[in-house]
Design a binder for this molecule. Structure first.
Ligand SMILES: Nc1nc2c(c(=O)[nH]1)N[C@H]1C(S)=C(S)[C@@H](COP(=O)(O)O)O[C@H]1N2
Ligand SMILES: [Mo]
Length: 378
């Protein structure tokens, strides 16, 4: 009986083991970097008791999250070309040779399915396009574990073949180069497009590449006061906060007597300036010079001598990002500010007027805008 593979003509010599091995190796590297930096991002946003994310270096999260998005995006062309190269193997005959071979083949389902789901949800989320019915955070994380588990099985199964394929010298005489696309051309296309999309994405976080950020949904230099806005003041009804009633309240278990400040009182306090990035989980970042009152000074005024873990609350209690954790290490850092100014101008409503939190080495989601309350935990 003829194998199904024979019924379909997969004649291209581009589909060889060596090319599959090189692409597989590159993908394993890019997916692993994206996985590790992605896990960091989850841990930073939901710190457990064992995980302490430091306040320094100030730009660390900007680097890890930038790498996460860039390596994730670069994986897309690598994955597509790799799938094209190995596609005929789906029709291998006999389909299963042994138990080990059966496991290896079964692992392809979570591997390919997981990777496609990861890359699709990641790109969708960056573009604020979320046609799926589940939480992005939960779904993307589940797909990541699935893919990495299957990747480990796959690497285990393919280790020897890959090593041999990479060591084996190519014999051009035995395998004539095809007349159309050459092997070199195929690899150039795969790695060239991976590099290209990486560069075009990196422009949203690496300043010299900014003019190239044509693929990035948010240009780092466009928006009110010269940088992007994640959620606008209008979308939460805070275009015009009434300064007559606005108060910044410091309370919580560690504060014996809660205190509050009017905007006027905050303006009269000693200020400090720091140049710090906003580094969004979506991969864009922007560095600005912020001026405001160090959190630790406010805590001292509230009678909290050594800074503790706190919760930052936005004025608008119904927003999704209305609260953010502030670790003791971040509260103690002199550059963690309740900022009133950016680049010497009062904050624009879209950037959190009257007061926003800004601190070193925090994910964008924790740089809370329109802050009304700092709850210092006991
Ligand atoms: N209150 C509040 N603060 C917020 C947000 C929000 O939705 N509500 N978005 C956060 C996110 S995800 C980012 S990336 C930054 C963006 O700050 P910007 O809009 O000033 O650039 O604000 C953060 N602060
Ligand atoms: Mo963000």
């Amino acid at each position: 009986m003829a194998s199904p593979g024979r019924l379909i003509a997969f004649s291209s010599t581009l589909r060889d083991e060596r090319i599959a091995a090189i692409l597989g190796f590159a993908l394993a590297v890019s997916l692993s970097v994206s996985f590790a930096t992605g896990l960091i991002s989850y841990l930073v946003q939901d710190p457990g008791t064992w995980f302490q994310w430091p306040a320094r270096p100030a730009g660390l999260y900007r680097v890890t999250q930038g790498l996460h998005v860039v390596t994730g995006i670069a994986s897309i062309p690598l994955l597509l070309v790799k799938l094209w190269v190995v596609f005929p193997k789906l029709f291998e005959w006999p389909p299963v040779r042994s138990i080990g071979h059966a496991i290896e083949r079964l692992a392809l389902l979570p591997l390919v399915g997981g990777a496609l789901l990861l890359l699709f949800t990641g790109v969708g989320n960056i573009n604020l396009y979320r046609p799926w019915g589940f939480s992005f955070r939960a779904g993307h994380l589940a797909a990541a574990w699935l893919t990495m588990g299957a990747l480990i099985v796959h690497i285990g199964a393919k280790w020897a073949t890959t090593r041999d394929a990479l060591r084996r010298p190519r014999s051009p005489a035995a395998e004539p180069e095809p007349t159309g696309l050459t092997r070199r051309g195929l690899m150039g296309a795969a790695f060239g497009s991976a590099t290209l999309v990486a560069l075009l994405t990196a422009g949203q976080t690496v300043r010299p590449l900014a003019p190239l950020a044509v693929l990035a949904p948010r240009r780092p230099d466009i928006g009110p006061q010269g940088f992007p806005v994640n959620r606008t003041a209008a979308s939460v009804g805070l275009e015009a906060v009434d300064l007559a009633t606005y108060r910044l309240v410091i309370d919580g278990g560690a504060v014996a007597v809660p205190i509050s400040f009017t905007y006027e009182q905050l303006l009269a306090m000693p200020r400090r300036s720091a140049t710090l990035p906003i580094a969004c989980v979506e991969g864009w970042s922007t560095s600005q010079r912020w001026t405001g009152i160090p959190v630790r000074e406010l805590l001292a005024l509230a009678g909290v001598a050594d800074p503790r873990e706190s919760i930052v609350h936005a004025i608008h209690e119904s927003e999704r990002l209305r609260t953010a954790p502030l670790s003791a290490a971040h509260a103690a850092d002199p550059d963690t500010l309740l900022a009133l100014f950016v680049n010497d101008e009062a904050l624009a409503p879209d950037h959190g007027f009257p007061v926003r939190l800004i601190g070193p080495n925090r994910p964008g989601v924790h740089q809370t805008k329109w802050v009304g309350r700092l709850e210092v935990l006991a």
